[in-house]
Design a protein around this ligand. Structure first.
Ligand code: NDP
Length: 278
């Protein structure tokens, strides 16, 4: 009880002392958002567009990206370009950043959000899939972060990493996905320390999300869990605000922070009597 009270107080203190978000600060900023053809990434692109940013979006499906970019222009983006790329390739992550640097003349925000599809099922020994997913969900992130670092440094820029509660606690049916999110939290957590030691201009925001009602997430868990999902549009806005105010961490919804603090109190067990059919 004491720990829960302490965490609620700490949460409220952080909330009250957090820098205020000024949407004007995003007018004209140069942003690259990955995984922006659907879900949270698509909604982030629309928010940045409403704030008048210059946006580059990427994912694999060119036709869908084209439609999202057109909508961004309608909503008020100063610029909205797209580049189709597959992050499972070792060369395409770098090409995407090169494209953004060339087209926008630099970057103020690099928002890494994409994830590759992964089965929601018990792990049955598929090591190759786990390696593939590591490239998509983790190695491509560190490649892109490094490629963009000099420009972010020059522009007092921000790296925004979209992670998950499943990168901080273990739960059944998502072993490969969870591994990639733990890797992100570990790597970029270290980077936060090292950039601070170097007195770098670059901020790194690590975003821990609970269940969000994107189509892909809902398709996987809707018959399995009774956990209420949170709205995609709101999650997207909170991620953008966290990056814009250069905060180290976001927990959305707020109670995910308490879950991360109390997770070790419970024995491993399945969270549902049902198992996925996949
Ligand atoms: P979606 O599945 O809706 O979107 C994934 C995006 O990644 C799409 O734009 C997809 O586009 C792109 N993508 C998939 N494979 C590749 C690939 N090989 N190369 C490049 N791009 C690819 O995901 P969400 O919006 O639900 O999730 C967004 C982020 O939020 C993720 O980092 C996720 O881990 C995190 N999160 C989400 C939660 C949720 O409940 N929704 C909970 C916790 C965290 P395309 O198919 O065109 O390539």
């Amino acid at each position: 009880v004491k720990l829960i009270l302490a965490s609620v107080c700490a949460f409220l203190a952080v909330r009250w002392t957090a820098p205020r978000f000024n949407e004007e600060s995003l007018r004209g900023v140069r942003v690259l958002v990955t995984g922006a053809s659907t879900g949270i990434g698509e909604q982030m692109a629309y928010h940045y567009a409403r704030f008048g940013a210059q946006i580059i979006i990427t994912a694999r499906r060119e036709k869908v990206l084209q439609q999202v970019a057109e909508e961004c222009l309608t909503l008020g983006a100063q610029k909205a370009l797209y580049i189709a790329a597959d992050m499972s390739s070792e060369s395409e992550p770098n090409k995407v950043v090169e494209f953004a640097l060339e087209e926008l003349g630099g970057l103020d925000y690099l928002v890494l959000n994409h994830i590759g599809p992964s089965p929601f099922s018990m792990w049955e020994g598929d090591v190759d899939h786990t390696k593939w997913l590591m490239q998509v969900n983790f190695f491509s992130y560190i490649q892109m972060a490094w490629k963009a670092m000099a420009s972010l440094e020059q522009n007092k820029g921000s790296l925004v990493i979209v992670s998950s509660l499943l990168g901080k606690m273990s739960s059944p049916f998502v072993a490969p996905y969870t591994s990639t999110k733990y890797a992100l939290n570990g790597f970029f957590g270290v980077l936060q320390h090292e950039l601070a030691m170097k007195k770098s201009n670059v901020s790194v925001s690590l975003c821990t999300l609970g269940l969000i009602d994107t189509e892909s997430a809902m398709a996987k868990v809707k018959d399995i869990t009774t956990i209420p999902p949170y709205p995609t549009k709101d999650a997207a806005l909170r991620i953008i605000q966290t990056g814009a105010t250069r905060q180290l961490e976001l927990f959305y919804p707020w109670f995910t922070q308490i879950v991360t603090l109390s997770k070790d109190w419970f024995e491993p067990k399945t969270f549902s009597k049902k198992t996925p059919t996949e």
